[in-house]
Ligand binder design. Structure first.
Ligand code: IPM
Ligand code: MG
Length: 367
């Protein structure tokens, strides 16, 4: 009998539903080849959930996710919901609570620039003639995103003050350092940890904890440290010096967008967010989503690049279902499609490119 992959599908808003459709059709084909079937339920999340159910993260959606082994996520938000109070907007009311609810502390963002696409990078191509292959390991449930207090108050003198709190525990730093060391083991055994230890207390703890963790648990990995301002500069000056970047929540948010653009297009970048909990297969429960957003300007026009969503589905097969061969076959089919010159408009050069669903069909043919 076939294995059954049980996951929750949360397409969300904007281009989410169209790229999700393509990713699901690719998963079905790969399943036929690799002996697995899909059992998923599609749930509202984000703006569409506000419209349909009055809440960006409805209880029914959260409960469905709890019954399953992984979440395949599209993207949330858009101009339609921007007038809502900040705490009720899709990003803060759906995505962050989902990350917290499942303790998805380890965000893995692979930044790959295929050699065929180096001309798309805004960097001078002589610094990256062979493309790029970097991975950002971002701590996702701590730091300034979640620290308390987080509030806006009126002071006695009538002035208004806002506070966000950056807080880290040693144990939170250790567990993400472990993910970076495991990742580096399978790659070039090099980790660059990024912080702001010349200014921030949390960064001093970060640097000391990471240093100690690697000394005790991963002496074979070459560990370096870099201040975040310098890292932002080095990423555009000479990105090939990086292999695994390890960093805290907000620095990772910023640096991973920078990494995305030097890799040619946000439409190519996937991500995995892994939790503390094992799923029913004994693999990490995870949420898999493209690094880009809802792209409202091109939503519904069959123009979006489905690659980031398909690559996120491949990461789901790899991490939450242990299906490495199937994940590889998807990644190879995408590489081949791009090498054959078939591209959506964001990565096409000198021609208008093909549509979202056509790109999906070309990838499917090469599986
Ligand atoms: C990301 C996004 C989110 C973040 C937003 C949408 C809350 O930018 O996944 O990088 O800041 O983490
Ligand atoms: Mg971001």
């Amino acid at each position: 009998m076939d294995d059954i992959l049980n996951f929750s599908v949360l397409p969300g808003d904007g281009i989410g539903p169209e790229v999700m459709n393509v990713a699901l059709s690719i998963l079905k084909i790969v399943g036929r080849e690799n002996g697995f079937a899909l059992e998923y339920k599609t749930n509202d999340v984000g703006g569409i959930a506000i419209d349909n159910q009055g809440k960006a993260l409805p209880d029914a959606t959260l409960n469905d996710c709890r019954q399953r082994d992984a979440i395949l996520f599209g993207s949330v938000g858009g101009p339609k919901w921007e007038s809502l109070p900040p705490k009720e907007q899709p990003e803060r009311a759906a995505l962050l609570p989902l990350r917290k609810a499942f303790n998805l502390y380890a965000n893995i963002r692979p930044g790959c620039l295929f050699p065929e696409l180096v001309d798309l990078s805004p960097l001078k191509t002589q610094t990256i003639p062979d493309g790029l292959d970097i991975v950002c390991i971002r701590e996702l449930t701590g730091g300034i995103y979640f620290g308390q207090p987080k509030e806006t108050t009126t002071l006695e003198d009538g002035d208004t003050q806002a506070v966000d709190t950056m807080v880290y525990r040693k144990s939170e730093i250790e567990r993400i350092a472990k993910i970076a060391s495991i990742t580096a083991e399978t790659r070039s055994k090099k980790v660059c940890s990024v912080d702001k230890a010349n200014v921030l207390e949390t960064s001093i703890l970060w640097r000391n904890t990471v240093t100690e963790y690697f000394q005790q648990n991963a002496p074979g990995i070459e560990l370096s440290h870099m201040y975040v301002d310098n890292a932002a500069m080095q990423l555009v000056r000479d990105p090939s010096q990086f292999d695994v970047i390890l960093t805290e929540n907000m620095f990772g948010d910023i640096l991973s967008d920078e990494m995305a653009v030097i890799c040619g297009s946000l439409g190519m970048l996937s991500s995995a967010s892994l939790g503390t909990r094992a799923n029913s297969l004994g693999q990490p429960f995870g949420l898999y989503e493209p690094a880009g957003g809802t792209a409202p300007d091109i939503a519904g026009k069959n123009l979006a690049n489905p690659c980031a969503q398909i690559l996120s589905a491949a990461l789901m097969l790899r991490y939450s279902f242990g299906l490495e061969d199937a994940a590889k076959s998807i990644e190879n089919a995408i590489k081949q499609t791009i090498a054959d010159g078939l591209r959506t408009c964001d990565i096409a050069t000198g021609n208008p490119g093909i549509g979202t669903s056509e790109m999906g069909q070309e990838i499917a043919k090469r599986l």
